[in-house]
Ligand binder design. Structure first.
Ligand SMILES: [Zn+2]
Length: 303
């Protein structure tokens, strides 16, 4: 096995799935299994990050919202907006996912790079969740690291096909956190927030155009913002095969996207914490391959 890095994962909060569960949960366990099968990861390498504690959650979320999540008393309309059933398992899964993103950031600060095999729930706002996002992992981890003075400046590179509206809203006007979102113009959310930099792509945007835009912007973003840490939201719903995403990357193009991010973080020696984000291709194998490719691209650059 080549040199690897810390990887955060546990399956203890994935199941049981309640009825009417639409979000693809199996992709998490299948990605983990494929990484092991490919010999990229050994089972002992996987670290359970545990559950994020309440004071950290309350750095971003309102007390009223968190209390209603914790006690599972959030009203039905608000639960529908999140799109996940509200159960003790799903609440723990959200807390575990936030903890994974925070632990990945701390590990990246030590080792250069780290990945949470979960996370990227960028649609959660302080007082509500939406779009499969109950708690905002990157926002909570960012607030925690800034509060603890582990970092002074953070760059969020959000390449999920959906705009990182929660992060854009939360960090608007906050000079310590630069939000960059490159997403499908006609994808959810309908009413987008204002990130520090938004690149909205037309339907069907192919590899070439996508990759040249990214290659053009990344070095400037890093040089201008001078971050001490990058959060990379590596959603694979940019694939042409994705049922929700409206842009058209090939699997190879998606891996090239990941490689571009890692090449730049490596070149400027900025720690990068990776979260999985969305992925809704018809065949789950396409989703899993693309998530594994993110890990592999990081290994190729950092290994
Ligand atoms: Zn998405």
């Amino acid at each position: 096995m080549e040199k690897s890095f810390k990887l955060f994962f546990t399956d203890q909060y994935l199941y049981p799935l309640p009825e009417h569960h639409k979000f693809p949960i199996d992709k998490y366990i299948l990605t983990k299994e494929q990484l092991i099968y490919q010999g990229l990861v050994s089972p002992e390498q996987l670290i359970d990050p545990g559950l994020i504690d309440e004071p950290a959650i309350l750095l971003i979320h309102t007390k009223a919202y968190w209390e209603q999540i914790k006690s599972q008393t959030l009203d039905a309309r608000m639960i529908r907006r999140i799109g996940l059933p509200l159960t003790s398992v799903s609440v723990n899964r959200a807390r575990n996912s936030v903890a994974g993103t925070l632990q990945a950031a701390l590990a990246a600060i030590e080792d250069g790079v780290s990945m949470n095999l979960a996370g990227g729930t960028h649609h959660a706002y302080p007082d509500r969740g939406e779009g499969f996002s109950m708690l905002n992992d990157i926002a909570i981890a960012s607030a925690f690291l800034l509060r603890q003075k582990k970092v002074k400046r953070i760059l969020i590179i959000d390449l999920d096909v959906h705009q990182g509206n929660g992060n854009a809203f939360i960090f608007e006007g906050n000079a310590a956190v630069f939000t960059f979102s490159m997403h499908g113009r006609n994808n959810y959310p309908l009413n987008k927030e204002k990130s520090d930099l938004d690149i909205a792509l037309a339907n069907g945007t192919p590899d070439g155009e996508y990759l040249s835009l990214l290659a053009q912007h990344l070095p400037t973003l890093i040089e201008q913002h001078q971050p001490d840490l990058i959060f990379y939201q590596a959603g694979v719903d940019v694939l042409a095969t994705d049922k929700l995403g409206k842009i058209s990357l090939t699997k190879q193009g998606c891996k090239e996207r990941d490689r571009l991010v890692f090449t730049q973080s490596y070149r400027y020696q900025i720690p990068v914490a990776i979260t999985m984000g969305g992925g809704y291709s018809e065949r789950i194998a396409d989703i899993v391959d693309a998530h594994c490719n993110t890990f592999q691209a990081a290994m190729e650059v950092y290994g």
